[in-house]
Design a protein around this ligand. Structure first.
Ligand code: UTP
Length: 475
C-alpha cells in the first residue's frame, strides 16, 4: 500500500484527521507517520469504537450469570492435602530439572501511579542493597537454575517506550550474572487512543497517540516476536508469568508448576484469600464450567460481601497476577479465530494531543480512550485451569503507588518481614515488632535463600553464624 492508498484507507474509515498535517510535514516526518499508520488495524479500531466507545453509557455490562466461586487448591496450613502438595512440588522440580519452564516478566506498563522516570524494573526496591527489581528477579532465576541444575530462559516483555532503556540496563550491569543468551527482550504491541467520538488521536502532527496494548498483549507478542518458537526449540512448554512490580514473587514455583502440569492445565493461577471484602482485586470464579476473573469494579458489593455459613467470604480468592501458561495455549490464543480472542477493555485517560493548529495540548481531564487486553481474560479459553492458594506474604507485595498502600515502603517492609520469618524458621532469634517487622535493616540475597527451606539449608551450614544486626546482608 503506497502513501496515497494509506491516506485513502484512513479517510474511508472516517479517520482522515490522522493526516491533517500531512501537507506541511517534512519527508522524514511523513515517513514516520506512515509507518505508525500502517501498524494500525483500522477494522479492529472500528469494531472497538462500535462496541466500547460509541455505545450508549451504562457500563460494559459484564455477564455475571451463573457465577460461583472457583474451586481452589488450599495450602496445607489451611486444610489442603500436604501429600498432594509434596507430589506437586516433586513434579514441578522434575520439570525444572528437565528445562521445561521459562520465566516471563511483563514489563511494558507505563507505571504512571508510581511516577518513576524509567522502566519500572530498574526501580530500586530491596531494603539494604537497593537492588532494582530486575536484579532481584535475575538472582531468583539464577538461584532456581542452580538448584535444579538447569539454567532458565527468561523472557521480558517491554514496550516501545522502554525497550532500549531496559536492554541497556541489563547490558551495563552484565545481565546480573545470567547467561546473556538466555535473556530475551521483546516489545509488546501498541494500540491507538481515540477521542470520545472514536477518532484516532495524534500525539504530535506527525505521530499517533499510541500506548501499550495491556498485559494481555503478551500472548500476541510472545507469538509475533518468535519467543514461542524459541521456547519450542529449547524444549520449553511452560511459561511462568509474573509482573515486574512484585519484588517478593516466586518467579518459578515448583509446587505451582507441578499442580499445573499434573492437571494437564493450559493456564493456571495463584490466589490469595482477600484481606477484607472491599479489597480491590479480581475474583476467581467459575462460569459455565470455566475459570474467570471478575474484577472488583464489575462485581456488586453485595456479592463481594457474601459469606459462607461459617462466616468466611464466599468470593474470597483474589487474583495476584501470577500464572502458568502452556506454550501452545499461548500460540492458540495469539492466532485467534473461531471465537478465541482476548477482549479489549476501555480506559478513559488524559491523552496528550494536538489542537487543530497542531499545538500540543495537555488535557486536565480525560479526553479519550485507551484500549487494553488483560491476560486473565484468557482463562476461560483454557483447558483444566487450576487455581492454587499461596500465602500473600510469600508471593505478593506490589509496588504500584509512590506512597501508601502497595508502595516502595510497604514492599520494603514485606521483604524485611519475609527475611525475619526465614531466620526465625531456621532457629535464629530476631527481634520484631507486632507486625513481624524486624528492628534491624537486613537483607537476604536470593542466591543465599529464596524460601524457608532453601534459606534454612544455607543458614544451618554457616559457621560461625552472624549476629542479626543492622546492615546484615546474607549472600
Ligand atoms: P499495571 O496494571 O500495574 O499497570 O500493570 P502499569 O502500566 O504498570 O502501571 P500504572 O497503572 O500506569 O500505574 C501490571 C503489570 O502488567 C504490565 C506492567 O508492566 C506490570 O508488570 N503491563 C501492563 C504490561 O506489560 N503492558 C501493559 O500494557 C500494561
Amino acid at each position: 500500500m503506497n502513501n496515497e492508498q494509506l491516506i485513502a484507507s484512513y479517510r474511508d474509515a472516517g479517520q482522515g484527521q490522522v493526516f491533517a498535517f500531512w501537507d506541511s510535514l517534512a519527508p522524514a516526518a511523513r515517513n514516520a507517520l506512515a509507518v505508525q499508520a500502517r501498524e494500525i488495524d483500522l477494522a479492529e479500531v472500528d469494531r472497538l469504537n462500535r462496541t466500547l466507545v460509541l455505545k450508549s453509557a451504562g457500563g460494559a455490562g459484564v455477564d455475571l450469570a451463573g457465577l460461583t466461586p472457583a474451586p481452589c487448591t488450599l495450602l496445607p496450613a489451611n486444610g489442603g492435602d500436604a501429600a498432594q502438595w509434596a507430589k506437586a512440588r516433586a513434579a514441578g522440580e522434575a520439570a525444572l530439572r528437565a528445562g521445561r519452564v521459562a520465566a516471563f516478566t511483563v514489563a511494558g506498563g507505563q507505571g504512571t501511579r508510581l511516577g518513576y522516570d524509567g522502566p519500572k524494573g530498574t526501580f530500586a526496591v530491596t531494603p539494604l542493597k537497593k537492588k532494582p527489581l530486575f536484579q532481584l528477579f535475575a538472582e531468583k532465576i539464577k538461584a532456581s537454575g542452580l538448584r535444579h541444575g538447569r539454567p532458565l530462559h527468561w523472557f521480558i516483555m517491554t514496550s516501545h517506550a522502554n525497550h532500549e532503556q531496559t536492554e541497556s540496563f541489563f547490558t551495563e550491569r552484565g545481565f546480573f550474572g545470567l547467561d546473556q543468551g538466555r535473556v530475551h527482550f521483546f516489545r509488546q504491541g501498541r494500540m491507538p487512543a481515540v477521542d470520545f467520538a472514536g477518532k484516532i488521536l495524534l500525539e504530535s502532527t506527525s505521530s499517533l497517540a499510541l500506548s501499550p496494548d495491556g498485559h494481555g498483549g503478551s500472548l500476541r507478542a510472545l507469538h509475533r516476536s518468535g519467543a514461542l518458537d524459541l521456547m519450542q526449540r529449547e524444549g520449553i512448554d511452560t511459561i511462568s508469568y509474573f509482573q515486574v512490580d512484585n519484588p517478593i514473587v516466586r518467579c518459578v514455583d515448583p509446587a505451582f508448576i507441578g499442580f499445573h502440569l499434573l492437571a494437564g492445565a493450559e493456564m493456571s493461577s495463584k490466589m490469595v484469600p482477600k484481606a477484607y471484602p472491599e479489597e480491590k482485586v479480581g475474583h476467581f470464579c467459575l462460569q459455565h464450567g470455566k475459570v474467570v476473573v471478575i474484577e472488583y469494579s464489575d462485581m456488586p458489593m453485595a456479592m463481594q460481601r457474601e459469606t459462607n455459613p461459617g462466616g468466611a467470604l464466599r468470593y474470597s480468592a483474589g487474583s495476584i497476577a501470577i500464572h502458568l501458561i502452556d506454550r501452545e495455549f499461548a500460540r492458540r490464543m495469539a492466532a485467534g479465530g473461531d471465537g478465541v480472542a482476548l477482549p479489549f477493555h476501555r480506559a478513559d485517560k488524559k491523552i496528550p494531543t494536538v489542537d487543530a493548529a497542531g499545538r500540543l495540548l495537555k488535557p486536565e481531564q480525560a479526553n479519550g480512550v485507551k484500549f487494553e487486553m488483560f491476560v486473565f481474560d484468557a482463562l476461560p479459553f483454557a483447558r483444566n485451569s487450576v487455581v492454587i492458594e499461596t500465602a500473600r506474604e510469600d508471593d505478593f507485595s506490589p509496588v504500584k503507588n509512590a506512597e501508601g498502600v502497595d508502595s516502595p515502603k510497604t514492599a520494603r517492609e514485606d521483604q524485611l518481614r519475609q527475611f525475619a520469618r526465614w531466620l526465625k524458621a531456621a532457629g535464629a532469634v530476631v527481634p520484631v515488632d507486632a507486625t513481624g517487622l524486624p528492628h534491624s535493616g537486613i537483607e537476604v540475597s536470593p542466591l543465599f535463600g529464596y524460601d524457608t527451606e532453601s534459606f534454612a539449608e544455607r543458614w544451618n551450614r554457616l559457621a560461625p553464624r552472624p549476629a542479626i544486626a543492622e546492615g546484615l546482608y546474607l549472600e
